[in-house]
Design a binder for this molecule. Structure first.
Ligand code: GDP
Ligand code: IMO
Ligand code: MG
Length: 433
C-alpha cells in the first residue's frame, strides 16, 4: 500500500501513536498533516517510553523518514526540544526529518491570546493552551500569518513582526478586559531575535515537503499519514465549537501535505475499547459516577490523564453511534481496538448502540453539539471478564467474554477489527489479520 492513514475515530488519545509505531517499519515515510504540539502520542518499545507531541511518531523507527507537513502549526522551541531529546536517546534526525516551509509558526502572542481568551468567563473551549487556534486563525486570515520559510529571511521576518506584534498587543489588551494594565506589551525585535535563533536550528530540516512526497510516491515509496487529534475534534465534522482548529480526518491529508487523496488506499481507524475526551463539549456516554464509580476506575487503570496538559480525561463507555459516524467520514477500512486490558475486572460492560432524544430513538450522530448534548445513550450490556489480558498475544487466547466484546464492537461499527491492543508496549498487541 503506497499510502495509508492512521486516524483516531473518537475525541483523540485513541493510541494512534502505538499503531503508527507498530506499522512504521513497513513504511519509508511517516507524515503529520494537521495540528501541532496539542497532540501527545506515547509509544512504549521494549519498556522504553517515547512521548511525541509535534514530531511524527515514525521518528523512532531508524529507517523511516519523517515529514511535518504544511498543515501543521509549529512551535519552534518544541521542535528543537523534541529533536534534542531524541538525539540524547540515540536517535539522530538531522537527515531524516523534514519540515514544510509552508507550515505556519506559533509565536508567543498566539499562546497569550489563547490564555486570555480561555481565562474569560465565557466562550471557553478547554484547549491545550498551545496557541493552536490563534495560529490557524492567522493562517486563514492571511494578514498576520508567518510561515516556517519566512523564518529563514531575517530582514523580512523583522519587518513582518514589526507589523504584526503592535496589532497583537492591542488585541491582547482587548482580551484582557479589566486587567489590561497588567499586560506587558511584547517587543517585535526581541521576538525576531529569539526566532532567528530557532531558525538556525530549523534550517537543515526545512524543505518543500509536498514535492518531496510527490517524488517519493512516484518512486514507489510507502507513506504513512499520522493524524493528530480525533475525528470528533475535526473542525468541520466534529462537535463544533468544542473541536480543534484543523482537519484531523483523512480529508486533511490533501490540504495538509499536498498529497492527493487518490494516493491513500488504506485508512485505519483507531478506537479505544471505551471513550475518553479532554476539554469541554458534549459526551453522551460519559461516566460521571463519582470517585468510587466505574469512570474513575477506568481513568486510574487506563492512566487517563492528558499527555500534554496532565488534565484528567473524561471517561465513558464505547459509543458505536459516534464511531459509525466518524468511520464513514474517514472512509475507514478497518478498526484497531486499543486498551482492552483496561476493562478487565468490570462485572459488566456497556456499548452504546443508539441515542434517545425527545423520546425518540436515533442511530445517527448529530454533529451539532446542541443536539448531541440532548442525546441520552441507549446501551446494550455485555458480560465482563476477570482475567488480566496484558500477556495475551493471540485472539484465540482471549477470554470468551473479551472476544465477544471485540466481535460486538466490530459488528456495531460495521468494520473488521484488525488489531487488538492489550497494553502500551509495542509487544502487547494481537494482530487479527
Ligand atoms: P494518541 O494521542 O492517540 O497517540 O494516544 P495517547 O498516546 O495520547 O494515549 C494513549 C495512551 O495509552 C498512551 O499512554 C499509551 O502508552 C497507552 N496505551 C496504548 N495502547 C494501550 C493498551 O492497549 N493498553 C493500555 N493499558 N495502554 C495503552
Ligand atoms: P492527540 O493527537 C485529545 C482537544 C483539547 C480541546 C480541543 C481544542 O493526542 O489525540 P486545541 O488546543 O487543539 O485548540 O484544543 O481539542 N485536543 C485533544 N484531545 N487528544 C489530542 O491530541 C488533542 N488535541 C486537542 O483538549 O478540547
Ligand atoms: Mg494523545
Amino acid at each position: 500500500m503506497p499510502g495509508t492513514c492512521v486516524v483516531g475515530l473518537q475525541w483523540g488519545d485513541e493510541a494512534k501513536g502505538k499503531i503508527v509505531d507498530l506499522l512504521g517499519d513497513g513504511f519509508d515515510y511517516v507524515v503529520r498533516y494537521n495540528g501541532g504540539a496539542n497532540a501527545g502520542h506515547t509509544v512504549v518499545v521494549h519498556g522504553k517510553t517515547f512521548k511525541l507531541s509535534l514530531l511524527p511518531t515514525g521518528v523512532i523507527r531508524p529507517n523511516v523518514k519523517s515529514v511535518i507537513g504544511n498543515g501543521v502549526v509549529v512551535y519552534p522551541p518544541k521542535f528543537i526540544e523534541e529533536v534534542a531529546g531524541l538525539k540524547a536517546a540515540g536517535i539522530d534526525l538531522s537527515e531524516s526529518l523534514k519540515i514544510s516551509d509552508h507550515a505556519h509558526v506559533i509565536f508567543p502572542y498566539h499562546m497569550e491570546e489563547e490564555r486570555l481568551a480561555e481565562s474569560g468567563a465565557e466562550g471557553k473551549i478547554g484547549t491545550t493552551g498551545r496557541g493552536i487556534g490563534p495560529c490557524y486563525q492567522d493562517k486563514v486570515g492571511r494578514r498576520f500569518g508567518i510561515r516556517v520559510g519566512e523564518l529563514l529571511r531575517p530582514d523580512h521576518l523583522r519587518e513582518r513582526l514589526r507589523f504584526v506584534v503592535p496589532f497583537k498587543n492591542r488585541l491582547m489588551k482587548a482580551f484582557a478586559n479589566g486587567h489590561a494594565d497588567q499586560l506587558v506589551p511584547m517587543e517585535p525585535d526581541a521576538i525576531t531575535d529569539q526566532y532567528l535563533g530557532y531558525a538556525d536550528a530549523l534550517r537543515p530540516h526545512v524543505a518543500d515537503t509536498s514535492r518531496l512526497l510527490h517524488e517519493a510516491l512516484a518512486a514507489g515509496k510507502r507513506v504513512l499519514f499520522e493524524a493528530a487529534q480525533g475525528s470528533l475534534l475535526d473542525v468541520d465534522h466534529g462537535t463544533y465549537p468544542y473541536v480543534t482548529s484543523s482537519s484531523s480526518l483523512p480529508s486533511g491529508i490533501w490540504g495538509g501535505s499536498g498529497v492527493p487523496a487518490k494516493n491513500v488506499q488504506r485508512i485505519i481507524g483507531v478506537v479505544k475499547a471505551y471513550t475518553t475526551r479532554v476539554g469541554k463539549g458534549p459526551f453522551p456516554t460519559e461516566l460521571d459516577d463519582g470517585p468510587t464509580g466505574t469512570g474513575e476506575r477506568i481513568r486510574k487503570v487506563g492512566r487517563e490523564y492528558g499527555t500534554v496538559t496532565g488534565r484528567p480525561r473524561r471517561v465513558g463507555w464505547f459509543d458505536s453511534v459516534a464511531v459509525r459516524y466518524t468511520a464513514a467520514l474517514a472512509g475507514a477500512d478497518e478498526i484497531t481496538v486499543m486498551l482492552l486490558d483496561v476493562l478487565s475486572g468490570l462485572p459488566e460492560l456497556k456499548l452504546c448502540t443508539a441515542y434517545e432524544v425527545d423520546g425518540e430513538r436515533v442511530t445517527h450522530f448529530p454533529s451539532d453539539s446542541y443536539q448531541l448534548d440532548r442525546c441520552r445513550p441507549v446501551y446494550e450490556t455485555i458480560q465482563g471478564w476477570t482475567e488480566d489480558l496484558t500477556a495475551v498475544r493471540k485472539l484465540t487466547d482471549l477470554p470468551a467474554a473479551a472476544r465477544r466484546y471485540i466481535d460486538r464492537v466490530g459488528e456495531l461499527v460495521g468494520l473488521p477489527v484488525s488489531v487488538v491492543s492489550v497494553g502500551p508496549d509495542r509487544a502487547q498487541t494481537i494482530l487479527v489479520k
